[in-house]
Design a protein around this ligand. Structure first.
Ligand SMILES: [Ca+2]
Ligand SMILES: [Ca+2]
Length: 182
């Protein structure tokens, strides 16, 4: 086939075929957006949802011999919320935790957000400080908290480990429920 002819045929295909597909594509997206009757019924049966969050922080202030390490083990929660389309967000506060005279962990910016598929997106931040006092501004480690908690979760676990080369650490251990609220 002549190159110019081939190019014009390919060009015509590229322009005309997508145009021809447009009505089908938009029809398909209408079904998939969750607003079809069947999808709406199924979604209503999954709402509202009961969200529960529990946090344990286990930290170690590493000390040099002959001093012994100083540990902390603290539970927070349960934090509980009922979520549905009209109230999809839940935020809560964790107080800063200082221990050992030198360490502090901060967990903040916590938000849980109900997603269209019934899962819950959990997000926040955790930071470990260590210095000459528990009020130190020496930031040693930071992690972004980011988890998707599926539907029908009970005791879903999510952990982050914060540490630095001084030997101190903090384990940020979450447990979540995401079930139909009955
Ligand atoms: Ca120390
Ligand atoms: Ca100490």
């Amino acid at each position: 086939m002549h190159n110019a002819l081939r190019a014009s045929i390919i060009g015509a295909f590229l322009v005309t075929v997508p145009m021809a597909l447009l009505p089908q594509l938009s029809a398909a997206s209408t079904v998939q957006d969750g607003r079809s009757p069947a999808a709406t019924v199924a979604r209503q049966e999954q709402l509202p949802r009961s969200f529960v969050a529990r946090l344990n922080i286990y930290g170690r202030d590493d000390e040099n011999w002959p001093d012994t390490d100083e540990n902390v083990n603290r539970d927070y929660g349960p934090f509980q919320a009922v979520m549905e389309d009209s109230r999809p967000d839940y935020t809560f506060q964790i107080p800063a935790l200082g221990w050992g005279g030198e360490c502090r962990v901060e967990v903040d910016g916590i938000n849980a957000h109900l997603q269209p598929d019934g899962s819950i997106w959990f997000h926040g931040f955790a930071r470990l400080y260590e210095g000459t006092s528990e009020n130190t501004s020496n930031l040693r480690a930071a992690k972004e908290l980011n988890a998707i908690i599926p539907r029908k979760s009970s005791g879903f676990r999510y952990e982050e480990h914060l540490t630095w080369d001084g030997g101190d650490f903090a384990d940020i251990k979450w447990s979540f429920d995401n079930v139909v609220n009955e």
